[in-house]
Design a protein around this ligand. Structure first.
Ligand SMILES: Cc1cc2nc3c(=O)[nH]c(=O)nc-3n(C[C@H](O)[C@H](O)[C@H](O)COP(=O)(O)O)c2cc1C
Length: 159
């Protein structure tokens, strides 16, 4: 069964984790990119990204190739924004038929909110449970053995 990691990353933490998971599991990667990039400025990212998350926006994405029939499992990866999923994931989920897929997810955050974000993700997908969940604290900018250990356990649980 092939696995695809579908992720969005504004500042590289989610991408860092996505690549680690791909290396450990052999999964393929699909990076979602909004047509209109979110700003990365210290304040502007919270204003624009925060508003977009709170408003449950569905930002238009740059074209991507996704053959749903080719994958039995999708792993979603996202930064927690205002205790919910980063909006590009919503656009992807609403644009594709993921029925019958196994779904796992990982979230990157600075402090808290991932639990609520996983609930929102499940609501968006119309499912009761994820196959596996992983929460990491800024894994790229704050290297920590705890993150590496959690990453390993998550990957092992998917084997
Ligand atoms: C708009 C915005 C909202 C955020 N909201 C939260 C939050 O609710 N809780 C939290 O712990 N971190 C929050 N963060 C921090 C990011 O989730 C965290 O730094 C994450 O690791 C960034 O991943 P990335 O580098 O892949 O973008 C927020 C960041 C942004 C830009």
């Amino acid at each position: 069964m092939k696995t695809l990691i579908v992720y969005y990353s504004l500042e590289g933490n989610t991408e860092y984790a996505a690549k680690q998971i791909a290396d450990a599991t052999g999964a393929e990667l699909l990076c979602l990119e909004p047509v209109k990039a979110y700003p990365t400025g210290k304040v502007s990212k919270f204003i624009w990204g925060g508003k977009s998350a709170v408003m449950s926006e569905t930002p238009e994405l740059k074209p991507y190739a996704f053959d749903a029939a080719a994958y039995g499992r999708i792993i979603f990866g996202f930064p927690v924004w205002a205790s919910t999923i980063a909006p590009p994931l919503r656009t992807f989920i609403r644009s594709n038929d993921l029925k019958g897929k196994r779904i796992a997810a990982f979230a990157c955050q600075t402090a808290s909110g991932a639990e609520k974000a996983f609930v929102k993700l499940k609501d968006e997908l119309g499912i009761d449970a994820l196959e596996a969940e992983l929460t990491l604290l800024d894994p790229k900018i704050k290297p920590d053995p705890a993150n590496e250990e959690k990453l390993r356990a998550f990957c092992d649980s998917l084997k």
